[in-house]
Structures are given as structure tokens and as C-alpha cells.
Design a protein around this ligand. Structure first.
Ligand SMILES: NC(=O)c1ccc[n+]([C@@H]2O[C@H](COP(=O)([O-])OP(=O)(O)OC[C@H]3O[C@@H](n4cnc5c(N)ncnc54)[C@H](O)[C@@H]3O)[C@@H](O)[C@H]2O)c1
Ligand SMILES: O=C(O)C[C@H](O)C(=O)O
Length: 336
């Protein structure tokens, strides 16, 4: 019955908004009815680069689709619920955003989510391999440091892996850094330019404060305090939410920014840059986040490591063994 409703909404909305002739993109959100998925889907529904938005989840899809379909934009909204429908959700899409999976509770590390979320990422990646092997894939699900290598390994096993097309989303770390630096420096966060390198958990998050523009105002003690705040910002939200999840609204906003950058790259816009956790030969860790130039095939260029201060070099030394461990865990899981 629910599946019937989803299909009917899909077909009726397809009839309503024909976008033939328009060179816009199909985007799928996996985990679309969750805390991140819903606000992210709302933002994507308003994105003029998108022609069709496919919402996939294991529950609540009809309600979310019915709700979102009433937003007066041309983006078609189609719903798909449960494993039987995942292939329909992913058929011929240009970009897949994965936010499916459990969030942290107070006291948990991101790595504690591995047991629950690794299988989810594995199953979704298998469907991507089957239905949209050329799509750009953006993984939000934690632990990002491990989930991205899992997806890479599964794609490799099936002979469709293109390292230029697989991304771990770390944009929230950048957004937080811009916000916190904006507060300290007394400037509009939008005017703050900062790179964050490494990964997306604790000490693997390395804000390159030495190269922030405008320059970060503060002595070494302030730099260390700010670094720690950025590294622990996710936990700040988990603690404040007191057991009912982690960052959702700010993450949806960040994921929309990242998806929009992928779409701008696909569209051929020049100088589109984002930091993202991708396969990398920049350091000893085989996955690593650095600033990237995005283009029609995903990554156009990896800009490598920014200039680092002595303090940041020490942070890097600490982060690399952690990332290598996280990557190895993903590879071993995918091989099982
Ligand atoms: N990368 C980041 O910066 C970042 C930031 C915040 C949260 N996260 C992570 O994003 C994930 C989602 O967080 P949330 O707050 O939206 O969680 P949530 O529990 O609110 O939503 C998750 C959604 O995934 C769905 N889901 C579960 N298994 C699925 C499957 N096999 N196929 C399809 N859908 C499935 C659930 O039904 C639910 O709707 C978590 O792992 C969280 O840790 C990452
Ligand atoms: O902290 C979390 O568990 C969610 C996310 O990774 C975040 O940085 O907010």
C-alpha cells in the first residue's frame, strides 16, 4: 500500500514537471527521511541545477515525498522505499548523497558507529555499482574515514571504481571553522577562507589556521583552543542533543553546499573548490582530505597540502596513523 502511494506520487510529479531539454541533474539522497536527509532534500528541492530528486530510505518515504512535492519549484520529487526499490532510486542518477545510517549518542565515538553503518554503506554502494557506476558519490555516513574506503573497495571489486568520483563529506568542519573564526575575528563567517585537511573524526580533523584568510587573530594558546573546538564540535552537538542524535540542520546545509559544488563542477563551472576526504597520494594515508578542484568528471585536481605551521605538522603526524587505521578497517570489512 505504502509502496503504491510512493509510486503514484512519483508518476504524478513526473507528469507535472517535464524538464525535457533542460541539462540539469538527477540527484539521489539515500537516508532521505532522516535528521539530515529531510532538510537536505528540502534544500536540494530548491536547487536550480537539479531536475529530479530521488528520495530513498527504508521508512517514512511516502510522507516526506508528499510533503516535499508541494514546494513550488520545478524539481521533480520521486520516492523509493526499502531494498526492493533502491535500484529504481539510483537508475541513471548523476550524484548520490548517502546520509543513511545511525548517528552517535553521548559517550560514543564516530568509530563506534562502524558496526551499524558499515553494512548500510556496503549495500548502498552495491546498488550504485549496479545502477549508476558513473555517478559522483558523496558519503556523509559516519565513520566517514572508514565508510569511504569501504565504498571504494566494493567499487574496485566490481571494476567500476573511479577515485575521482568518490567523496567523504567534511564540509561541516569547514563551516564550523568559518563560523568560529568569524566570531573571534569579528568578521562575517562567509568571508573566512580556511582549509581543513585529514579526515572527519577527532585528531584527524586538522584546521589549517596558519593559512586562514583573513588571518586568525590569536596567539598559540588561542590557536590550540580553536583547533580543539573545531575537532570536538560534533561532540558539542551530540552532547547538547542529549541522546537524540547529532548535527542535522548544519550538516544538511553543509551537504547542500558540497552537493551544489559537485553539480557546478559537472555543469562545467570553473574554479569550484572544496575540501573532501578522497583517495589520495598526498600523504602516507591512502585516503585524505585536501582542497580539490571539482569539474565535469568529479575531481579535476588535488591541490595537495597547504603550507603548514610547525604546530600543524605535529597535528598531521598524529592524524596519519589514525587515518591509516580507519582506512585499513574499511578495506578489511569490504573484503569479507
Ligand atoms: N559527515 C559529517 O560531517 C556528518 C555530520 C552529521 C552526521 N553524520 C552522520 O550521518 C548519518 C545520518 O545521521 P542522521 O542524523 O540523519 O541520522 P537519522 O537516524 O536521523 O537518519 C538516518 C536515516 O537513514 C535511514 N536508513 C538507515 N538504514 C538505511 C538503509 N540501509 N538504507 C537507507 N536508509 C537507511 C533511516 O531510516 C533514517 O531515516 C550518521 O551516521 C551520522 O553520524 C555525518
Ligand atoms: O559528531 C557526529 O557524530 C556527527 C558529525 O560527524 C559531526 O561532526 O557533527
Amino acid at each position: 500500500m505504502l509502496k503504491q502511494i510512493v509510486k503514484e506520487l512519483t508518476v504524478s510529479s513526473m507528469r507535472k514537471f517535464s524538464t525535457s531539454g533542460q541539462k540539469n541533474f538527477r540527484v539521489a539522497v539515500c537516508g532521505a527521511c532522516g535528521g539530515i536527509g529531510q532538510p537536505l532534500s528540502l534544500l536540494l528541492k530548491r536547487n536550480p541545477l537539479i531536475s529530479e530528486l530521488r528520495l530513498y530510505d527504508i521508512s517514512r518515504v511516502p510522507g516526506v515525498v508528499a510533503d516535499l512535492a508541494h514546494v513550488d519549484t520545478k524539481v521533480r520529487v520521486c520516492g523509493f522505499m526499502g531494498p526492493d526499490e533502491i535500484c529504481g532510486a539510483l537508475e541513471c542518477v548523476d550524484v548520490v548523497v548517502i546520509s543513511a545510517g545511525a548517528p552517535r549518542k553521548p559517550g560514543m565515538s564516530r568509530d563506534d558507529l562502524f558496526k551499524i553503518n558499515a553494512c548500510t554503506v556496503k549495500d548502498i554502494t552495491k546498488a550504485i555499482v549496479a545502477k549508476c557506476p558513473k555517478a559522483l558519490v558523496a558519503i556523509i555516513t559516519n565513520p566517514v574515514n572508514t565508510c569511504v574506503p569501504i565504498a571504494a573497495e566494493i567499487m574496485k571489486n566490481d571494476g567500476v571504481y573511479d577515485p575521482k568520483r568518490l567523496f567523504g563529506v567534511c564540509t561541516l568542519d569547514i563551516m564550523r571553522a568559518r563560523t568560529f573564526i568569524g566570531e573571534v575575528n569579528g568578521v562575517d563567517p562567509k568571508k573566512v577562507d580556511i582549509s581543513i585537511i585529514g579526515g572527519h573524526s577527532g585528531v584527524t580533523i586538522i584546521p589549517v589556521l596558519s593559512q586562514a584568510n583573513p588571518a586568525f587573530k590569536g596567539d598559540q594558546a588561542a590557536i590550540e583552543k580553536m583547533t580543539k573546538r573545531i575537532q570536538e564540535a560534533g561532540t558539542e552537538v551530540v552532547t547538547a542533543k542529549a541522546g537524540v542524535g547529532s548535527a542535522t540542520l548544519s550538516m544538511a546545509y553543509a551537504a547542500h553546499r558540497f552537493t551544489n559544488s559537485l553539480l557546478k563542477g559537472l555543469k562545467g563551472e570553473k574554479n569550484v573548490m572544496e575540501c573532501s576526504y578522497v583517495e589520495s597520494s598526498v600523504t602516507e594515508a591512502s585516503f585524505f582530505s585536501t582542497p580539490l578542484v571539482l569539474g565535469k568528471n568529479g575531481i579535476d585536481a588535488n591541490c595537495g597540502l597547504p603550507k603548514l605551521s610547525e604546530y600543524e605538522k605535529k597535528l598531521l603526524e598524529k592524524a596519519i596513523p589514525e587515518i591509516k587505521k580507519d582506512v585499513q578497517k574499511g578495506i578489511e570489512f569490504a573484503k569479507k
